[in-house]
Design a protein around this ligand. Structure first.
Ligand SMILES: [Zn+2]
Length: 234
């Protein structure tokens, strides 16, 4: 029975390690990294698209303003031809010059907006070209994680079967103590190795060794460590 207890401990330890390994799988980090890359990509695409729409609206507005300005200037030019008084002609010429200045500012603004628009169209095209590879990377990482998890789950299932068999072999009262100790300790049952408890790694005195051996002789080789209280297999 004392052998089954140590085997039970070994199986539980293995199971703990596998669960820990499952939690810290490198594949899990890769899924997260691929997901973050996709999120960043999506955000960049949204920002670029929004700016392209803004610029298109801006260009449309500039063109409408320019047309209105041209119409006004044409009207003034026509008026200028019919004016005789020099002061009136001067005033009209001054107004036309102002409109020409404004028209030139509009042209500059439109040119800048068109340049940015064209640059961003290129950027958007580049971004759209990345979608497939980013998506595939994410799906690949997810599938690698699922494979790694499924490998560990298979091992965990095998250990669970083994644990059920081993638990049936250990006496009920010992099992209850083992389970209680396992709530506080990863190692609940340890062998006495020389004078050392392999649970707490402390040496027992000669008198303590005599005592645990005595107890073990009466209890299927199972005693308590006087230092840490773990089940000690002697
Ligand atoms: Zn101990």
């Amino acid at each position: 029975m004392s052998t089954s207890l140590l085997e039970l401990q070994a199986a539980d330890t293995m199971s703990d390690q596998l669960r820990h390994r499952r939690e810290v799988l490198a594949e899990r980090e890769q899924v997260q990294a691929a997901k973050n890359a996709l999120l960043r990509w999506n955000e960049a695409r949204t920002v670029v698209r929004r700016r392209i729409e803004e610029l298109a609206a801006q260009i449309e507005q500039i063109e409408a303003d320019a047309a209105k300005l041209d119409k006004h200037r044409d009207k003034l030019n026509a008026q200028l031809k019919t004016v005789i008084a020099p002061r009136e002609a001067e005033a009209l010429q001054h107004e036309i010059a102002t409109l020409t200045g404004q028209r030139s500012e509009l042209d500059d603004a439109e040119l800048a907006a068109l340049e940015e628009h064209s640059r961003l169209e290129g950027e958007l095209e580049e971004l759209l070209g990345q979608e497939e590879s980013l998506t595939n990377e994410y799906l690949g990482a997810e599938s690698a994680l699922a494979d790694a998890e499924s490998d560990i789950d298979g091992e965990l299932t095998r250990i669970a079967d083994r644990l059920a068999g081993l638990r049936a072999e250990v006496e009920k009262s010992v099992l209850r103590r083992y389970d209680r100790l396992r709530k506080n300790y990863v190692i609940a049952a340890a062998p006495l190795s020389g004078s050392r408890c392999e649970g707490c790694h402390l040496d027992l005195s000669a008198a303590e060794i005599d005592e645990v051996r005595d107890t073990g002789a009466k209890n299927d080789g199972i005693a308590d460590c006087p230092q840490c209280g773990r089940l000690l297999v002697v």
